[in-house]
Ligand binder design. Sequence first.
Ligand code: PLP
Length: 465
Amino acid sequence: MKNALPLTEEIIEMDKAHHLRPYLNFDTLEEGALPIERAEGINVWDTDGKKYVDAIGGMWCVNIGAGSKEMADAIAQQVLTCNFANPFTDMTNVPATRLAKKLAELAPGDLNHVHLTCGGSTANDSAFRLVQFYHACKGNKGKKHILSRTDAYHGTTYVAMSLGGKKGDRIDEMNYMGPDENIHHLSSPNHYRYGNGLSEADFADKLFEEFLQKINELGGPDTIAAFLAEPIMGTGGVVLPPGNYLKRIADYCRQNDILYWSDEVVTGFGRCGEWFVSEALFDIQPDILISAKGLSSAYIPLGACIFSDRIWEVISEPGHGRYFAHGYTYSSHTVAAAAALKNIEIMEREDILDHVRKVGPYFLERLGELHALDMVGDVRGTHLMACVEFVKDKTTRETFPEEMDIGKLVANEADRLGLIVRPIVNLNVMSPSLICTEQDIDFIVDTLRQAIEVTSRKLRSQGIW
Ligand code: PLP
């Protein structure tokens, strides 16, 4: 804060006094937050005018890059035409309807129905209601359990956080739904951390066996309502599913009327070179697919719960006097829908998916070089979704003590060098905007290498390591 410009001081002080940020750690309040003022392309600038390459793409969300005049114009036009329309019961609006149709085209198989929400958490809340509604309408009285996974992240509302399974998201001062409320967590599929010497194929078998065993324990498939998973775990450590274990689960679900619920909030919208990865990369046809983030490239908050004809046919059967008693004031928001339509138009016109398929392998190849560093235990991911895992001992994979916050130490060094990466305990996670070039990737990897080397030297010279 020393030598900060007046705006920086003003914002940092006001922020401390009045602004409860997501996941604020009160022990670090006095350090102040990094105040960002401007964003363009893959870069952001702080209030002192310092430029950073934002290798997190906001929060895995600024997919087409920041500062698009075309997006601004589309949003402004929609505000002037119709800034809001009541989305409830017997009213609809033009952009939301067009977006629903477009998402039905982009989503795999028979995912032809869309409920638009305010973000990823609310889309998962809507899916939770849809699962209950579907089974109730179908007369599947016993189907009430939902299977999720340890290390999963599905958002931060009460339901979404209860469905998630990250240790760091569970705090003593809050409560969560668990097995008593029919939410269960299977093991994390992180082979590097929990593989215990098993081959990837054996680990996949073990995870599938655990899935079957849990179903047995709960009373058999007639008691299971849904299985929920991110196809590639994001916040839980960029974890690709080992072998074809998710596909095996999906097949079992299909045979047993268990809804397969795929959370593609991060993996969708081009991040892995596809509109959605469930079917394209993993041969899974979900019943429910969740989208957000890249859906509007974060120009306006938006989420979508996209679901199948199979569900629609059951819930929409006439003659029962049923209604879907769920929805938000800002469901199907006109301006958010217009932003998403323009975002999709830009992605299609610029062939951004193809660009990601080209630069993605280069990103992983360059990041792979960091394996050689003494502190780097693993580098993993796919396309523009990757992480580096830091270890105290490369052979045993022993981690640094959690309270050391090694990921944050490296991220702080990167900040100084003009690079923003996302620290999550012993990881640095990266998900740059999809427009990033090979030169941008070179900057990200070279700068991260420098940040890791500086951190490693400091730890050794301080005798901490
Ligand atoms: N699902 C996944 C896989 C996510 O990564 C996130 C956010 O990071 C969410 C859901 C929640 O989305 P939101 O923060 O828009 O509510």
